[in-house]
Design a binder for this molecule. Structure first.
Ligand SMILES: CC(C)(COP(=O)(O)OP(=O)(O)OC[C@H]1O[C@@H](n2cnc3c(N)ncnc32)[C@H](O)[C@@H]1OP(=O)(O)O)[C@@H](O)C(=O)NCCC(=O)NCCS
Length: 217
């Protein structure tokens, strides 16, 4: 008799997760972060994780575990600007000259300002050993629930055109293509000539238990 696969558990990221998350994000999203940060990618991503978990900022980050081992991670922005605080957090890890260079390079893939009804997803990454076990799907569902609870009506993200796994995952999770853009020097820098803005519409979160219908939240 075969044992059932271990379940995926999603929880809010903590400061202690920074190194494990950074290692897996730097590996899974190497095409994005290597051109911007080179050997400093892992340290810079660890600094971004610490920024997200320190609060009270506008980014929320989750990790998914299988058997107590970090298997994946995602961050979601509810701020005005998707890249709020990025240069300062990265500078802590790699110094200002590299942080400014990284900010410029990554702005080619950036999202910019969020609309008031929007939550923006970034850095979704799953470790090689944990793929096709529902980790990406579970992290996206967490984002959807939390975004709806925060009053947002749309989840957005960018995926590069050649990312077959990412595009399949998003399509399966209810995201539709909203628009495409060419990425300046994208093929050279990120091995991707363009990117696609994907969007999923969210139903309003159900009222909290005990709240009378129509009562102020
Ligand atoms: C994209 C990524 C996050 C998917 O994570 P995952 O945990 O393996 O995805 P899931 O197991 O939750 O897959 C859910 C569904 O998405 C689709 N899917 C996921 N990976 C796929 C692949 N490689 N090929 C085809 N479909 C795929 C399938 O429909 C899958 O359901 P199924 O396994 O029942 O067929 C992972 O491959 C990854 O980390 N890639 C590198 C980083 C990256 O590209 N991140 C996204 C940046 S925008």
């Amino acid at each position: 008799m075969s044992t059932p696969p271990a379940p995926v558990a999603v929880r809010a990221a903590a400061e202690d997760d920074a190194e494990a998350v950074a290692a897996l994000v730097a590996e899974a999203l190497g095409d994005k972060y290597r051109p911007a940060l080179g050997a400093g990618a892992q340290a810079a991503i660890a600094a971004l994780v610490r920024r997200d978990v320190a609060g009270p900022g506008t980014n929320r980050r989750w990790v998914a575990e299988i058997d107590g081992r970090v298997a994946g991670s995602v961050t979601m922005s509810l701020g005005r600007d998707a890249d709020e605080g990025f240069p300062a957090a990265v500078a802590e890890a790699v110094g200002w000259p590299r942080a400014i260079r990284a900010t410029l390079v990554l702005s080619l893939l950036g999202h910019g300002q969020l609309d008031a009804d929007e939550a923006y997803i970034d850095e979704l990454a799953v470790a090689d050993w944990a793929r096709r076990r529902g980790v990406g799907r579970a992290l996206l569902e967490t984002c959807a629930v939390e975004a709806a609870e925060a009053g947002r009506r749309r989840l957005t993200l960018w995926v590069t055109v050649g990312n077959v796994a990412g595009r399949a995952l998003y399509a399966r999770a209810g995201f539709g293509e909203r628009r495409r853009r060419r990425v300046l020097a994208g093929r050279l820098l990120f091995r991707a000539p363009g990117a696609i803005l994907m969007e999923r519409r969210l139903a309003p979160a159900p009222p909290a238990q005990g709240a009378a219908p129509g009562s102020p939240g």
